[in-house]
Design a protein around this ligand. Sequence first.
Ligand code: UT7
Length: 343
Amino acid sequence: MAIEVTATGRGVPSRRIANDDLAGRMDTTDEWIRSHTGIGARHIADTETATSDLALEAARNALSLAVERGAGEKTPEELALTIDLILLATTTPDYNGCPPTACIVQEALGARNAAAMDLSAACSGFIYGLETAAALLNASPERKRALVIGAETLSRITDWEDRATCILFGDGAGAVLLEKTGAPSAGPERRGLVRSLIGADGSGAGRLMIRRGGTRNPFKDGETLEKGPKIEMDGRAVYNFAVKAVAGAIETLLREEGLGIDAVRRIVPHQANARIVQAAGKRLGIPEEKFYLNIEEYANTSAASIPLALDELNRQGGLDRGDLVMTVGFGGGLTYGGNLIVW
Ligand code: UT7
């Protein structure tokens, strides 16, 4: 039995903010942002849109593709009824802790037979999510299908007065349908998720954080806020961690599988900064074209960035059945990891 990715989807807000739009509002330039990050634009949700709305769009998009490609069920609604688990990775839930955003998606999707929960591992959330969902599918013969979603409205927790961070982030969602199939999970014909690496270095917890609003620094009754909860980051420290984490995760996954990089068709990295990916690739002697980057259009969408990129690549025909795909990422926590998937 294999745990295969059988469909992908995405939900991206239509409002697009180019670097020049930001340069008109603060002391920055398109040139600085592009040369330091590879970012050209970001998509920002309107005020009515929350994380679950983007997640729902991505989930529906994935279910429609599954039906189109012959999932067996006639409509996305019928397919939704067969989902056993919805796992939603996010740093920006609709509500602070309760209810899980995944439950809001479950209801809107009509997936009433699905268990639903959120996963918090910052930008590594989707990588952790794939491994978690696969383990839950493997743990019970009753469970066959899971939706793994990464979704964010980072614009809500972005400090738009801090030019060092606000240029980095965007909103969006990506989803994959994971299915237990009769394909082999080992040997030359193996399919699906074959290996994951998930790790953390909690000593870096303070390097990237949303300081206010949790139980450590709660809002007090009567408190007047100058600013809501915002992302704070030590960019240099995260950058240095990230280059090591990305290079280390790629090396570890390849070594554990006894493979060379040529066996991997594409690496889909977390899209935080193109320079991080380039530096990690250079360390390992991996050509830049091996990495799929769409950061220029979407900026950093945290837990959504990998599934969003996977969906783009998939729909462009950039992956054939049997191709080995690697995801790799890092984020707040500090967390890191990667997945190896036979498409
Ligand atoms: O998903 C996980 C999250 N986070 C990350 O992956 C972020 C990792 N870190 C980074 O990507 C980079 O550290 C940044 C892109 C955030 C910053 O790039 P940097 O090359 O490390 O720049 P820096 O912070 O060292 O700043 C260099 C200069 C400073 O000016 P001075 O002190 O040299 O005069 C900054 O004030 O660039 C200035 N600066 C800017 N200038 C124009 C910082 N932000 C901007 C800006 N526009 N937006």
